[in-house]
Design a protein around this ligand. Structure first.
Ligand SMILES: *Cc1c(COP(=O)(O)O)cnc(C)c1O
Length: 228
């Protein structure tokens, strides 16, 4: 199938998943994950109407942000080493992978020096299998409250990666855990702002939507398998 057919199919599945749980498809943002893909693929996706793009490697992010028009919304979704903050943070509309207090502190100092404020999601490790990065669920609420008081950092919600397993219940539990952490944050700091839940990838985005996802990050189902 072509990229445009894939987009149509995915949007339909998003709408159906939303409908199953009484949500509106408009509340779910599709982010095209284009890591490792050539620029021609990004341009095709842009021409098909996509505007939200996600990259996970710092230098690749830096090199790709110039190839699409200015109304492109760039997300960074990978682990960011502190020495590469400069490649990513200035041009990043939403950074999904704020995964340690050290990174938060270093980014805050960087933004203060540059006189910029940027938006972030706190990455939470809701399973042992998916990734080694992210805050432990037990410390997520406290860390969220702490970082939300940093100047130059605007926290807008949470992100997680589900475990790479076949057991749907395990995947669902991981998404549910993230939603529960969000609800605990609401209890702590009030509900002045709707918090984003960035969860769901090609294999599991429909489950994620049923559990409250507001942003799905999709690569393979849009563009086919990546070479590496
Ligand atoms: C690669 C990646 C995705 C997209 O994965 P697919 O399975 O190709 O849809 C989503 N989120 C993160 C953090 C990724 O690294």
């Amino acid at each position: 199938m072509s990229v445009s057919e894939n987009i149509k199919d995915i949007k339909q599945r998003i709408a159906q998943a939303a409908q199953r749980c009484g949500r509106s498809a408009e509340d779910i943002q599709l982010i095209a994950v284009t890591k490792t893909l050539p620029i021609t693929v990004l341009q095709e996706a842009y021409q098909c109407g996509l505007r939200h793009f996600g990259e996970s490697r710092a230098q690749e992010f830096r090199d790709k942000i110039h190839v699409l028009p200015e109304d492109t919304v760039w997300h960074f979704i990978g682990h960011l080493q502190t020495n590469k903050i400069k490649y990513v943070i200035p041009s990043c509309v939403l950074m999904h992978s704020l995964d340690s207090m050290h990174l938060a502190n270093t980014i805050s100092e960087f933004c203060e020096k540059k006189h910029i404020t940027r938006s972030f999601l706190l990455e939470v490790k809701t399973s042992d299998e998916a990734t080694k990065f992210g805050f432990d669920p037990d410390e997520a609420v406290e860390s969220y409250v702490t970082i939300s008081e940093f100047s130059h950092i605007q926290l807008q919600g949470l992100m997680t990666i589900a475990p790479f397993v076949d057991d749907i219940n395990q995947i669902r539990n991981s998404f549910r855990k993230l939603r529960e952490i969000r609800d605990d944050i609401y209890k702590r700091i009030g509900r002045h702002q709707t918090l984003e839940l960035s969860m769901g990838m090609s294999q599991d985005y429909e489950i994620a939507i049923e559990e409250g996802s507001t942003m799905v990050r999709i690569g393979t189902s849009l563009f086919g398998p990546r070479g590496r």
